[in-house]
Design a binder for this molecule. Sequence first.
Ligand code: SF4
Length: 265
Amino acid sequence: MSQLHIPTRQSDQHTKLKISQILGPTVQGEGSAAGRHCLFVRLWGCHLECTWCDTAYTWAVTAAKAAKTRSGQRYERNEPAYGEKELEPSEILSRLLALWDVENRPTIIVISGGEPMMQQRALLPLLEQLRSWGNEIHIETAGTIAPLAEFDALVTQFNVSPKLAHSGNQLTKRNKPKALTALRDTGKAWFKFVVTQNYTTDLAEVDQIVEAVALPQQRVMVMPEGSDARSNTATAQKVVDAALERGYGLSFRTHVLLWGDDPDR
Ligand code: SF4
């Protein structure tokens, strides 16, 4: 491995990131890049509390937070595999390089969470190095935090998943039109809404957000909730025609179809 070169300002270079998992190679499971080869850096921590969150191990570490989730399961913050780990950018690069030669065989690095937009500044050195090697950077976000200009400059694509009422979050916490507008204005954002079997209500809420924030409808996708292939497909079959009428696309959860709810794929 060549010596790591991280040209971001000196003070940022050793800022540690809160990490849950680094995994891959795998396929991007969701959204407009579904099926593409990628590696995942899953950050620890989220300021929302979605009842159906499939990565609750990144935040549900108190009894109060666990009670917000459907399963009610409380996770250990220092659990070795999925709990919080504080790593410097160079340590994360080393772990990525152990999984795939991201220096010479660039791919997509999906920065997921948790909510990665909570750690934008700390991410800068890592993203700068990965981009200098030709990798794409895709950010998974709930769309409640606007991107910093220097962060936006390093991002290839934002996969924005605004949360609807069925997520269980209060409207004031989950609905941030200014942040959504800023993400829309990057010109690099795709918008992905989780819909349930109660899709008529969900689509009405999606329509409201799309109209209020003037989201480009051709960059909007709906994605059935579900952590098993059968429920994912059943909801997709129900919602697909109504989505297409509106000009929205449909995203499956490819990783769920392939591997169920395995958190390591
Ligand atoms: S925003 Fe994402 S990570 Fe956070 S609770 Fe909701 S689904 Fe989970």
